[in-house]
Design a protein around this ligand. Structure first.
Ligand code: GLY
Length: 319
């Protein structure tokens, strides 16, 4: 769809669903605010696109050790790091994603290279690592990506099923990161990145890098990034369900709420979504104990983490 020239640049960021332990709650809230502000500056000061903004925001979250993406990723059943990421351009409907990639700091940027430099949409495993080496992306030893919290969580949960059940209200759980944005030209984009779920099988791929599941962006409706139980999210193609509800006339918030309720009702799924519409309306919805999020639009930052929270501060590009 042709973009309009009057859209107010807007970005929404999340730091993952599940329980978010109290000892990292404050850092998680601060982390999403920092990432959202950086993405907003790309949209407003640097004249960047929605794609540039979501990549910038997610790279910051991948570098932040409190989040399950990049550095801070959780460990699979073998005690190793395998990361998934996707980025999507709502103007072209082109997406790029990587699955089970290892030894790089920023899977989201590799996903963007898949979109922009290959004829493919998704590259997995050794192929993704090979591609990163071809591009000259620095290889990072696994130990550099692993935090003490990730090891502790792995020691606690050797079984994926147990990890999924207890992530909801334990003091260990955190998940995937993501960002959605609309730029001044009315183009929308989304980005999602994750280490997945603790004790997942080697080679298990969750929702995050799967188009229409962990993320979706279409200039005709809006952009979505998801977090939560990957298998449930894939069962209902959660991100595409949100944009479908928007196509049927729901607001960004109503589409988010309706889609989370649908996942709960159909597959007893838990998780969260963030949404931006092509007009810059936003939506945030989750049915886990917590999900840190932040929205920046029109000189204001809104944020929250617990159900019902919606704090607000003024934001300036120099802040
Ligand atoms: N939502 C992340 C995963 O299930 O892998």
């Amino acid at each position: 769809m042709a973009a309009t020239a009057t859209t107010t640049p807007t970005i929404v960021v999340h730091g993952g669903a599940w329980s978010i332990p109290d000892d990292i709650a404050e850092a998680s809230q601060a982390g999403v605010k920092t990432a959202a502000e950086a993405g907003y500056k790309v949209l407003t000061t640097s004249g960047g696109s929605a794609l540039d903004a979501v990549e910038t925001a997610v790279r910051i979250l991948e570098d932040d050790v409190v989040f399950d993406a990049g550095t801070g990723s959780v460990l699979n059943s073998a005690g190793d790091v395998e990361m998934d990421a996707i980025i999507m351009d709502g103007r072209s409907l082109r997406a790029g994603s990587v699955a089970c990639v290892q030894n790089i700091a920023h899977p989201i940027s590799l996903a963007r290279q898949v979109m922009e430099k290959t004829d493919h949409t998704m590259i997995a495993g050794v192929g993704a690592n090979l591609f990163s080496k071809e591009l000259g992306i620095p290889q990072v030893p696994t130990d550099q990506l692993v935090t003490d919290d990730a090891r502790k969580q792995w020691e606690e949960y050797h079984k994926y099923k147990r990890a999924v059940n207890e992530l909801f209200d334990s003091q260990l759980g955190h998940d995937t990161v993501g960002a959605v944005a609309v730029d001044s030209e009315g183009n929308v984009a989304c980005a999602t990145s994750t280490g997945g779920i603790t004790a997942k099988r080697v080679g298990r791929v969750g929702d995050s890098p799967v188009i229409g599941c962990g993320a979706y962006a279409d200039n005709d409706s809006g952009a979505v990034s998801c977090t939560g139980h990957g298998e449930a999210i894939m069962s209902v193609t959660l991100a595409r369900t949100v944009t479908f509800n928007m196509e049927q006339g729901a607001s960004a918030q109503a589409a988010a709420d309706k889609s989370i309720a649908y996942m709960k009702q159909r597959v007893d799924g838990t998780g969260g979504v963030i949404v931006v519409s092509r007009e810059g309306q936003t939506g945030v919805s989750f049915n886990t104990r917590r999900m840190p999020w932040a929205v920046v639009r029109d000189g204001t930052i809104r944020f929250g983490m617990n159900p019902g929270e919606n704090f607000q501060n003024e934001f300036t590009n120099s802040s």
